[in-house]
Design a binder for this molecule. Structure first.
Ligand code: ZN
Length: 298
């Protein structure tokens, strides 16, 4: 069993309930059969939901796991930039590995060179997005975070714990929000799963098809050649994903969210590793989860 959702993020009762359901076979349908109509909550460490007939089935659950979202917020930033036509997705911005803006030094793990928006999402290029954030106000960013419902709980009966900044608390520069490092904004795993669902199903009214295309292709490229390339190296499930890593004291925490198959999404997922970077912890856990899940033998 993974150690990712400890008692601090998932209550022991919920955890044991999940184990009990799994043991009863409710969460682990027979080999080769899609879990139609079944409970669709993952036991551990990933939450997922089925996307059947173009609609989500299953729960936004549980909401007790929340934290800084890190680079997952680049999806929100890209949406705002595209919808507001603030930056062409084809515009190349150069990443030399470090950049100082307004006295703050930003880094990438390595220079990404000249990248467009899709490549910047795939490689999770901080330098691309901090430059792009120069034309994106914090208020505008938050408007799109609200469009993805990151300011709303996922359901009355399954209230999420999360943080969302008030409209008057906009002191942080947009760069901090775009990189998911602004402390007033800490979405829950359930909210992030819901956001993933929206991207998979392209179901926020009014967003342009081109916006969904860039988001999905950026997430797809993250799996084929970017930060999530260890997630599905044999391209078995044709996953699209986005990773996020945040500092936690001297260590790291990380996320990965995604959906599959890219052509006709049937499952959306979101998981969090309470220790370790996305590359070292969240992505390997997601890969293991994918291999053990009901669809592994489909
Ligand atoms: Zn970069």
């Amino acid at each position: 069993m993974h150690d990712y959702f400890t008692s601090s993020s998932l209550s022991r009762r919920d955890f044991l309930k999940g184990i009990a359901l799994a043991a009863a076979g409710l969460l682990l349908p027979s080999v080769g059969r899609w879990p139609e109509g079944q409970a669709v909550e993952s036991v551990s460490p990933f939450w997922w939901c089925e996307l059947r007939d173009g609609k989500p089935h299953g729960a936004d659950h549980p909401g007790n796991c929340f934290g800084l979202p890190g680079s997952l917020m680049k999806l929100v930033a890209a949406t705002a930039l595209l919808e507001e036509r603030l930056l062409s997705p084809n515009q190349l911005l150069e990443c030399r590995g470090t950049l100082r803006i307004k006295g703050q030094l930003y880094r990438c793990q390595h220079p990404h060179g000249k990248v467009n928006m899709r490549q910047a999402l795939a490689g999770s290029c901080n330098i691309y997005f901090v430059q792009a954030a120069e034309v994106l106000s914090t208020r505008r960013f938050l408007q799109y975070a609200e469009a993805f419902q990151l300011n709303r709980p996922t359901g009355p009966s399954r209230e999420s714990a999360y943080l969302f900044p008030s409209r008057t608390a906009l002191a942080h520069p947009s760069q901090l929000y775009v990189l998911g490092l602004a402390k007033p904004m800490q979405p829950s795993a359930a909210q992030l799963l819901r956001m993933t669902r929206h991207i998979a199903l392209r179901d926020i009214h009014g967003f342009r098809p081109a916006t969904w295309r860039i988001l999905q292709s950026g997430m797809r490229s993250a799996v084929t050649q970017g930060t999530a390339r260890q997630l599905d190296p044999q391209n078995r499930w044709r996953v699209a994903a986005k990773t996020g890593t945040t500092p936690s004291g001297e260590f790291y925490q990380s996320w990965v969210l995604g959906f599959f198959p890219i052509e006709k999404p049937m499952v959306a997922f979101c998981g969090r590793a309470l220790s370790g970077t996305a590359k070292d912890a969240a992505v390997p856990a997601a890969r293991q989860w994918l291999q053990q899940a009901p669809w592994a033998s489909v």
